[in-house]
Design a protein around this ligand. Structure first.
Ligand SMILES: Nc1ncnc2c1ncn2[C@@H]1O[C@H](COP(=O)(O)OP(=O)(O)O)[C@@H](O)[C@H]1O
Ligand SMILES: [Mg+2]
Length: 257
């Protein structure tokens, strides 16, 4: 359902700092897959998500979503069918606006004219019903500005908002990395629940090898713009944190670290 074909991505083109990250890079994801992506810093994980979301354009190659060529499609157009949650909790929602307002904006896919209509009692009740099962008590704080919430609450809200309307793809970029261990754990479990309940095809970049081991249906490890491990199903089930660490170490030795 997502296909990257022959992707080339060069940074700082034509300067002494020119670096080729992806060259002839192929990657495809099937409908319903939940892919955990790990890899050292600078291996191209975020750039992959940027290429898919349209915030970075490739220097060559094609990107298809559900068979449609989206290579040249603008980011805001893709955003209607691709949800994204970042590492920084302040990027997930409009911080000066309330939970209810953020949910109304999300429901209208960013169209502000839906805001007043979105905030009638019926809509707010519907939003409370969405938040209640998350178990964080957010449903009792509908009129609280999002900026007043904790990092974990904001990430869960960002996730909720990103998945409120039907989307084809969810992109998570180290979305638990800025949270304390317990909150990260809780946020990861909720992520898994949302992804599985809604059956959303998901790419999750994580630095947490245990999350990568425990969650998702497929596991990929990136190194310098290449996929060095790609395991799904039974093969993934057999990969343990130790195996991932061992591979990481092997790669670092190869680079002389
Ligand atoms: N906007 C940019 N300008 C220049 N270089 C970039 C840019 N974005 C990414 N890169 C380079 O591409 C490589 C991969 O970066 P990134 O995709 O952010 O890695 P990761 O998310 O795996 O840590 C890095 O070497 C980085 O310096
Ligand atoms: Mg990154």
């Amino acid at each position: 359902m997502l296909e990257l074909k022959g992707i080339r991505k060069v940074f700082n083109k034509g300067t002494p700092d020119e670096s080729v990250l992806f060259d002839g890079f192929d990657f495809s994801v099937r409908e319903g897959e939940f892919v955990s992506i790990v890899g050292s810093n600078g291996s191209g994980k975020t750039t992959l998500l940027n290429l898919v979301s349209g915030s970075v354009l490739p220097d060559g190659g094609k990107i298809f979503l559900k068979g449609e060529d989206i290579t040249d499609q603008k980011e805001f157009v893709r955003a209607r069918r691709i949800g994204r949650v970042f590492q920084d909790p302040s990027l997930g929602a409009a911080n000066g606006m309330t939970i209810a307002e953020n949910m109304a904006i999300a429901e209208n896919k960013g169209r502000a004219y839906g805001l007043s209509a979105g905030l009638n009692k019926k809509r707010v009740a519907a939003y409370r019903d969405i938040l209640h099962p998350l178990g964080l008590g957010l449903e009792d704080r509908m009129n609280v500005p999002v900026g007043a919430l904790s990092g974990g609450q904001r990430q869960v809200l960002a996730l909720t908002v990103a998945t409120m309307t039907p989307i084809d793809l969810l992109l998570l970029d180290e979305h638990t990395a800025a949270l304390d261990p317990k909150t990260a754990e809780q946020t990861m479990a909720l992520t898994d629940r949302i992804v599985r309940e809604k059956k959303i095809t998901t790419l999750m970049v994580t630095h947490n090898l245990r999350f990568a081991e425990q969650y998702g249906t497929r596991l990929c490890m990136f190194d310098k713009g290449h996929i060095v491990l790609d395991a799904a199903g039974e093969e993934k089930a057999q990969k343990k944190v130790e195996d991932l660490l061992a591979l990481f170490n092997e790669i670092s030795i190869e680079c002389g670290n």
